[in-house]
Ligand binder design. Sequence first.
Ligand code: UDP
Length: 153
Amino acid sequence: MPTERTLVLLKPDAVARRLAGPILTRFEQKGLRIAALKLIQVTPELAKRHYAEHVQKPFYPMLESFITAGPTVALVLEGKSAISVVRGMMGPTNGRDAAPGTIRGDYGTSRQMNLVHGSDGPEAAAKEIAIYFQPHEVVDATEPLAPWLSAGD
Ligand code: UDP
């Protein structure tokens, strides 16, 4: 079971609906580690880099309007088989098809405004992490804080 890193976006609908915290909590409770995290405004240029494979598709103009409409939380999650674990937790693209218990299944009924993005494979993860984060922004696992916590007031 490989330890993987994956690029996750909490899209503008998740932030606007105050669901960034609950969705992030799900990933942490699953045991995935936050390796990088920031709040960003996606620009049209960034959207075109991220969604290069979709730029020519009929739905792209609406997708770009949506993903640039407000703040997005970008993060790198790390864990065993993190890429497929995150994809499973997200559910399928369309919230109407997504089973209860998945993020999209629990919080939405839209195909476009589906709250969350997760890389769909190792190649995409490497490419997408590099789009959103400088290498120094992705933090390696640190030593446990136990010695400091037990020594504190
Ligand atoms: N999308 C859309 N209309 C479509 C298909 C996709 O607006 O008909 C949006 C949706 O937000 C989706 C994103 O484009 O999450 C990327 O599509 P993809 O097929 O890669 O879906 P995902 O991997 O996010 O489930």
